[in-house]
Design a protein around this ligand. Sequence first.
Ligand code: FHN
Length: 470
Amino acid sequence: MKTTVRSWFCRICPLFPAFIFMAGAVAPSAAMAQVAGMPPAPKSQDEKMAWFREAKFGLFIHWGLYAIPAGEWKGQRSPGIGEWVMHRMKIPVREYEQLASQFNPFKFDAEEWVKMAEDAGMKYIVITSKHHDGFAMYRSKVSPYNVFDATPFKRDVLKELADACAKRGMQFGFYYSQAQDWHDPNGAGNTWDFGPDEKKDFDNYLRAKAEPQVTELLTGYGPICLIWFDTPRMMTPERGKRFVDIVHQLQPATLIDGRLGIQGDYHSTGDNAIPNLTRNDDWETPATVNHTWGFRRDDEDWKSPTEIIFKLLDIVSKGGNYLLNVGPDADGIIPQPSVDNLRTVGRWLKVYGEAVYGAGRSPFGEEFGEFSPTQKDRNGQPLFLVRNDWRCTTKPGKLYFTLFTIPREGLDLPAFKNPITKAYLLGDREKKEITIETINGVRVARVPRPGPHATSYVLCLEIKGDTVER
Ligand code: FHN
């Protein structure tokens, strides 16, 4: 007969409940000090955000026990996103936690994952340290329900990734589900085992598990570039502030995303949601490379490299970052089609990355499209008619037009007053001058296709003056 993680742990550790209680001992206190060797407190919000504004493109990884059922439970297809299988199928904790005894991803290679992100041109990695199912993907002293203590794998996945990231100079951050925890009787979300959320002692869960685990994550894994909290159910400002205090005290340079339930360092959009127009704050779109976050065996609808490049430029030109997810399988393999597509994007970025990394918003806006005066979207709001011919990003004295359709008759440049001093294609070593003609007051760039297979490429205009005058 299979044993549950909890019963197994109770057998080898009869003091289990006391152990959980004592876990509070690692909860942060007022006396908690910044961890030695961590980056110093930034002097300003601009300094704090600098790496994020430069990075633009990050890798999200959803990995956990849910990679084993991979979208199916007892022969039945579980609809929706893979990591929600426990919730969708109302799997009792006692059954779900047995997955831990099967988790043995012998093909997991932290260096290979980090190298893949690097090849894709991604500048930071954010991985699920604990998703809603409550299972920690690292060696946690707070709860034995973790990848080291509860699986035959017995390796600290996050430590291996943290080391590989440190070695390769990759920024590393954690996703942490602070509110939903379907394994904990007082965590939000599991109503089938533990009854309605309103009746739970949510603060007990926060103090005994979530806060101490976030403390562990910020003390044992080197500098953490950001913490990605999610689904802030039952998170009051007071509860949110307790997490902010932990982060600020332990690693003041660590960013907090926009889903804690209290103001973070930047805005997180909805899943896969790209705003129609420019936003002036710091923001990030979390997005899937197919339709799920955690691995599903039946989801092979991969976004093409061209789609990914368009979304990346769309986001950067509106002032945001693109956090693109992969869902490794139960062996520790990132599905090959997603790897192939991401590497193709990386090859594109090797040539055209100047238009992306550290690039500023479009000074125009008309290229995004416009609201239809008559048509409505499915929410009854005016329909936004998207244009996708080109996107524009900027650096002082430079405009980058990434073109997604090849205008045979030349690209009509949007109106701006600055004289153009140089025009060339990025990636052209000779910087061959592109002809700009003025026709009826419109400047037209005669852009040649740089190669027979080019689907998107970048026209760089050097202009007089650092900023665009319209
Ligand atoms: O419920 C989660 C979901 O599983 C996934 O982690 C995404 C990523 O943005 N966040 C929540 C839904 O918005």
